[in-house]
Structures are given as C-alpha cells and as structure tokens.
Write a protein that binds this ligand. Structure first.
Ligand code: NAD
Length: 234
C-alpha cells in the first residue's frame, strides 16, 4: 500500500483530500499545526524543517516510504498593499511557498528511490486572476504554480509527476472566515450568482481532482495547473 502525506490535513481541503486518498487505498498521514490524536495526524508546522523531519521519520518507520505528497497547508491574508508590513508578507510567503519547498525536499528521496511519485500543490485561482488586498498571498501562490512547472520538468525522468490544483471559492473555514470579515466583496450567496455552475465548491471537488492526478492513469499529466473553480476562472 502506498503512503501519502497531506499537509493542512486538519481542516477544509486537506482533510477532504486525506479522506479521498484513504478511500482510494492509500495510507495517509497528515501534517497540521495541531494533531488530531490519531496515529495518522502529525503536529508539524510546514515552515519548520525539523518538525517535518521528525514527523517523516515516524511516518516512514510506521508506514514505509512516502511517495505521494499533497501540499494543502495555507494561510490567506487581506491587507491593502500600502499597509502590508514586511513581516506579514514574509509569513504568508513562508507558509504558502516555503512550506512547499520544505515538504517536497523532505519526501523527495523516497520518491526518487521508488522511481515513482506524485506531488500535488494546492495553489489558488487568485494566482490566475489576481486579487486586490492579497499581494502576498497571490505572489506566494503564483510562485507555487511556477515551482510546480519547474519541478515537473526536473523530476519527470524520475517517474514523479508534479501538478498544481488552484481552487476557487471552496466552502471551507478559510472562505467562511473571509466572508464573516466581509473580505470577499459580497456574500457567498452573491458570489454563487456570479459562478457559472451556480454553487460554491466543496472540499470534495478539490479532493476528486487530487485523487485523479495521483492515480496511475494520470501518469502522463505533469506540470499542469488544473483549475477547479466552477468556471470562475477559465
Ligand atoms: P483551511 O484554513 O480550512 O485549512 C488550512 C489548513 O492549513 C488549516 O488546518 C491550518 O491549520 C493548516 N496550516 C496553516 N498553516 C500551517 C503550517 N504552517 N503548517 C501546517 N499546517 C498549517 O483552508 P482551506 O480552504 O482548506 O485551504 C487549503 C488550501 O487551499 C490552502 O493552501 C489555501 O490557500 C487553498 N485555497 C483555498 C481556497 C478556498 O476557496 N477555500 C481558494 C484558493 C486556495
């Protein structure tokens, strides 16, 4: 049985991806800031290489090499650029971009040894469309899309595919929180009227895309930015 790590697995999209991969027959361990008290939930901050290494050592000992990685841990942020402090800029880049760097570097040796691997990076539709008041987040997520393409070319010969799924408008605590703080430019209901498929996305919509990209039959798909957004970004 193949072992997968899903970061941000304690909530929203990461949680749904972990559920989906378990249903697809993978052993799935999750990283998040707080562990969920199961054998499979690890408290590991993706900005901290030591915490990642410790969690991975334990996962490898229990479940074997990790050949699937889904980077879903993320933090959004809303601030007018003129008021955006460098620390806040750095924090958002650190979690959304550097976190992907650390996690890919940590699991890569297992994938290279196995001559097989699947990496899916959860970026954001805001990297495709731009988004006011989210310069730090949009920059980080755009870089994740770029990193995805660069790694796909570099790691393809090792049997490893690397793709990004940029979600748009998915009903998770992150989206609900932004709605509550009136940061969405309208309510979720109002956004639904502007969404071609006329509904808000569910975490399972993202999980389905990840499940496919990780499957054997997706082996010829790499370096792609696979939008899942109800048609809001085409
Ligand atoms: P969420 O807030 O429900 O889940 C994010 C999870 O990441 C949380 O459990 C959080 O604790 C974890 N996390 C944050 N910082 C971490 C760190 N340093 N180390 C480990 N874990 C950390 O949000 P979500 O909507 O499920 O978001 C999942 C991913 O999807 C994020 O990368 C987000 O940027 C992206 N995204 C979401 C939407 C959306 O509409 N919900 C849209 C675009 C992109």
């Amino acid at each position: 049985m193949k072992t997968a790590v899903v970061t941000g697995g304690g909530s929203g999209i990461g949680q749904a991806v972990a559920r989906r991969l378990r249903a697809d027959g993978f052993t799935v361990a999750t990283f998040d800031l707080r562990a969920d008290d199961t054998d499979f939930g690890y408290a590991a901050d993706v900005t901290d290489p030591e915490q990642i290494a410790t969690a991975l050592a334990s996962i490898r000992a229990k479940f074997g090499p990790v050949t699937v990685l889904v980077n879903a841990a993320g933090l959004d942020g809303f601030k007018r650029f003129a008021n955006l402090g460098f620390e806040e800029w750095q924090r958002v880049i650190d979690i959304n971009l550097n976190g992907v760097f650390h996690c890919v570097q940590a699991v890569l040796p297992d994938m290279v040894d196995a001559k097989w691997g699947r990496i899916v990076n959860i970026s954001s539709s805001s990297a495709q469309s731009g988004q006011p008041f989210m310069a730090h987040y949009v920059s980080a997520k755009s870089a994740v899309n770029g990193l995805t393409k660069a790694l796909a070319l570099e790691l393809g010969p090792n049997g490893i595919t690397v793709n990004a799924v940029p979600p748009g408008f998915i009903d998770t605590p992150m989206l609900r929180n932004a709605e509550q703080l009136r940061l969405l430019g309208g309510t979720i209901q109002e956004h639904i009227q502007r969404t071609p498929v006329r509904r808000v996305g569910q975490p399972e919509d993202i999980a389905a895309a990840c499940g496919f990209l990780i499957s054997e039959e997706a082996g010829y798909i790499t370096g792609q930015i696979f939008g899942v957004n109800g048609g809001r970004n085409t």
